[in-house]
Design a binder for this molecule. Structure first.
Ligand code: SF4
Length: 296
C-alpha cells in the first residue's frame, strides 16, 4: 500500500509477524495464493490472527490491468490441477467452516477458469463447508457463469467496484452493465443463491452516484453489499481522490438498508471478503431470499 498521510480513522495495527509467518508457511507449502497477500489487504493482521483468508485460485498473475488492483499482471500460469485438493488441506488445517474463493481474471482460458471454480466448490461441498465465490465477469459468458451457478455455491459475489462514469479509467476491460447482468443472471438461474457485490469509495465518485449504483444492484436482486475505502497500492496505481469519512460510510449503510439489501457492510476497512461469514449469517438470519429480481 502506498505511504501517504492518512486521516486518523485509517490507522491500522501492524500485523503480528508470527501470524503472518504461520499462515504464509501453510499457503506456500501447499502452493496456494491468497488475495490477502496478493492485493496487500490492510486487514491481513486481523484476518490472519483469526486464521481466516480469502483464497486466490488460478495463479496470481492477472490478464487484466485494472488501475486500482495490486494483484500482479502478466503471463498467466498453467492451471494447477492439484489446487482443489491443496485448498481443502488448507481449509482443514485452519478449521474453516466458511470459505471465500476468488481468482485472478483468466481471459486466456476458454471458460475463464469457471471449471476450476466448479472443482473447488464441489470438493468443499463434500466437506460441508459454506462456500462464497467472488468471481470475475468471465467476459460475459453465460456458459461459464451457468457452470459456476450449477455447482451451487452458497454465495456468488461479483464486485461492481465503482460507478459507471469511472469505469473507463478504473476498470478498463470490464463493463458496468456486464457486471450488473451477471448478478441478475445468477438470480434468474438459481434464486436460492445469495448474491453479493462490492464498491470502493474514494475514487472520485459522488454520493448520488453511489446511491444510483446501489439501486441498480438491488434492481438485479443483489442481496448483500460491501463498501470500503479505496487505498492506492503504489504510485503506479489509480490515485485516491478522497478519504471518505466514517459518517459517510454509515450513511451509505443506512441508505443501502433502506433500498432493500439484506445487509450492508460499509466502513473504511471493509473489503469484499472481510468478515464474510458474518454478512452471510445476516442474510440467512433474515431468511433473505428476497423477492425475486424482476426485469431491470
Ligand atoms: S479482508 Fe479479505 S482479503 Fe483482506 S485479509 Fe481479510 S480475508 Fe483477506
Amino acid at each position: 500500500m502506498m505511504e501517504r498521510r492518512f486521516p486518523p480513522w485509517l490507522k491500522r495495527k501492524a500485523p503480528s509477524p508470527s501470524d503472518l509467518k504461520r499462515m504464509n508457511e501453510l499457503f506456500d507449502g501447499l502452493n496456494l495464493h491468497t488475495i490477502c497477500v496478493s492485493a496487500g489487504c490492510p486487514n491481513i493482521g486481523e484476518c490472519f490472527s483469526r486464521k481466516t483468508a480469502a483464497f486466490l485460485i488460478l495463479g496470481d498473475n492477472c490478464t487484466r490491468r485494472c488501475g486500482f488492483c495490486a494483484v500482479r499482471k502478466g503471463a498467466p500460469l498453467p492451471v494447477n490441477n492439484k489446487e482443489p485438493e491443496s485448498l481443502l488441506k488448507a481449509v482443514r488445517t485452519l478449521g474453516l467452516q466458511y470459505v471465500v474463493i476468488t481468482s485472478v481474471t483468466r481471459d486466456d482460458l476458454e471458460d475463464g477458469g469457471a471449471s476450476q471454480f466448479v472443482k473447488v466448490i464441489e470438493i468443499l461441498h463434500k466437506e460441508g463447508i459454506v462456500v462464497e465465490v467472488l468471481i470475475p465477469d468471465f467476459c460475459g459468458s453465460h456458459e461459464a457463469l451457468t457452470a459456476v451457478v450449477g455447482s451451487s455455491p452458497h454465495v456468488i459475489n461479483h464486485n461492481i467496484e465503482t460507478v459507471p462514469r469511472l469505469y473507463g479509467r478504473v476498470r478498463p476491460g470490464a463493463g458496468y452493465h456486464r457486471s450488473l447482468d451477471l448478478l441478475f443472471y445468477v438470480k434468474q438461474l438459481d434464486p436460492s443463491i445469495i448474491t453479493k457485490s462490492g464498491l470502493m469509495a474514494g475514487l472520485g465518485e459522488s454520493r448520488n452516484e453511489v446511491i444510483n449504483v446501489m439501486r441498480d444492484l438491488r434492481k438485479r436482486g443483489c442481496d448483500l453489499l460491501t463498501i470500503g475505502q479505496y487505498l492506492q497500492p503504489s504510485s503506479r496505481h489509480y490515485p485516491v481522490a478522497s478519504f471518505i469519512s466514517p459518517e459517510r460510510f454509515s450513511e451509505y449503510k443506512r441508505i443501502g438498508m433502506e433500498i432493500g439489501f439484506a445487509s450492508v457492510a460499509s466502513s473504511p476497512f471493509v473489503r469484499s471478503s472481510y468478515r464474510a461469514s458474518e454478512l452471510y449469517a445476516c442474510a440467512v438470519s433474515k431468511n433473505v431470499l428476497l423477492p425475486e429480481a424482476g426485469t431491470p
